[in-house]
Design a protein around this ligand. Structure first.
Ligand SMILES: Nc1ncnc2c1ncn2[C@@H]1O[C@H](COP(=O)(O)OP(=O)(O)OP(=O)(O)O)[C@@H](O)[C@H]1O
Ligand SMILES: [Mg+2]
Length: 372
């Protein structure tokens, strides 16, 4: 792909990051030199004329943005490709790197494959003809817009996580506290139960969103231990009991497999999401049923209701994020994230989740490898 021995200058005050970038690039046949500060980078740049510079944004002393501006001003400075890499994921930083003449923008943690591909394409672009460069510039402007959108989305997720999760959690705790007070009136108790229910479903939504975005970044790692399934199902049933009672729905469980090996918090929320859906679609005076059994070397957990069911043609699609079916009995209070979350978590456990054929109603089947 690239000319053997292209010379890359890696600039970062963090030795570990430099070592990672060097190792990755040298494995691909690049020649790599390192600088641990902005000033050192500028000296090396003038002395060795690298083909490409990988530049950390935040460094003590002369930061990456200033280094880039000064490199561009040096003779031949518009020839070199400059790639920023940074842990800062905000749009302002991104725009700033473009203004000082950066060619590309990578976010940390560095993914080796991505680093190699971006360096390779940067070098290719350097060798391109003027005509090609013009169309490259167009594509690049579009890519920059996409990058801006992506960063805004990340910022929104961070906002949801930090600014919503904590207050919602605190609402939930306070509702619990009020409910422990035996002196409150029956009406207050009833209202507080609803506050608790609503805070719970808000928290469920926020956590789903958080984990889906974690998983997109490759950070959703289940912390496995032995999980008491009985206790998990009971705690989910307790959490939704007010809503079930309000529509006279009976919650039933039949668990042949008392314990499984899984991430207790994530599995609890998988079951919570499935039960929450089932409750929403189950007709009044019916049953929502959770069962678990061992079969063919797998643990099968089923959540079943007797509602409208899911048409066969839609059974894949409902697991996509933001997918909601039209004309269902649901009240559309959700966001279509629940099943996307369930799929990511179950697959992170080495299992799978699907909708089963049934005589009526929906049956969701979670299959997990039997670790016992
Ligand atoms: N038990 C069920 N019966 C019938 N349809 C269902 C059932 N569970 C899910 N669906 C369909 O799948 C869609 C996606 O479900 P999902 O849990 O991902 O999102 P949601 O419940 O709409 O919102 P959220 O879970 O984010 O609050 C639902 O909107 C509904 O159309
Ligand atoms: Mg749902």
């Amino acid at each position: 792909m690239h000319r053997a021995g292209s010379h890359i200058l890696v600039v970062d005050d963090n030795a570990q990051n430099r070592a990672l970038a060097r190792g990755t690039l040298e494995d691909e046949g690049f020649r790599v030199s390192e600088a641990s500060s902005g000033e050192e980078a500028l000296t090396l740049f003038e002395a060795t004329r690298p083909d490409c510079v990988l530049l950390d944004v935040r460094m003590p002393g002369t930061d990456g943005l200033a280094v880039c501006a000064r490199m561009r001003a040096l003779p031949g400075g518009d020839e070199v490709r400059i790639l920023f890499f940074t842990a800062l994921r905000d749009v302002d930083t991104f725009d700033h790197t473009l203004r000082v003449g950066g060619d590309d923008f990578l976010t940390k943690p560095l993914r080796p494959t991505e680093l190699v591909l971006r360096v390779q394409s940067a070098l290719k672009i350097r060798r391109m003809s003027a005509e090609l460069r013009e169309s490259y510039d167009l594509v690049r402007r579009q890519r920059d817009d996409l990058m801006r959108l992506q960063l805004q989305k990340d910022a929104l997720t961070a906002f949801v996580v930090h600014d919503l999760k904590n207050p919602v959690h605190s609402m939930l705790m306070h509702a619990e506290l009020i409910l422990e007070d035996p002196s409150i009136s029956e009406d207050s108790r009833e209202s507080t139960m609803w506050i608790r229910e609503d805070a719970r479903s808000l928290l469920r939504l926020v956590l789903n969103l958080l984990d889906i975005s974690k998983s997109e970044e490759g950070h959703l790692a289940p912390r496995k231990s032995t999980v008491d399934l009985q206790a998990v199902v009971k705690s989910v049933f307790d959490a939704v009991s007010a809503r079930a009672r309000a529509r006279d729905i009976t919650l039933v469980s039949h668990l042949e497999t008392p314990s499984i090996v899984a991430d207790v918090d994530l599995m609890r929320r998988v079951i919570e999401n499935l039960v929450e859906n089932a409750l929403r679609y189950a007709p009044p005076h019916s049953e929502v049923r959770v069962t678990a059994a061992r079969r063919d070397g797998a643990i099968e957990v089923r959540v079943a209701d007797s509602g409208t069911g899911v048409p066969a043609a839609q059974r894949e699609r409902i697991f996509e994020r933001f997918a909601q079916l039209d004309g269902g009995a649901g009240d559309r209070t959700g966001r279509g994230l629940g099943l996307a979350f369930c799929k990511l978590v179950v697959e992170a456990h080495g299992g799978n989740v699907k909708v089963e054929d049934s005589d009526g109603g929906a049956v969701f089947l979670v299959r997990l490898p039997d670790a016992s």
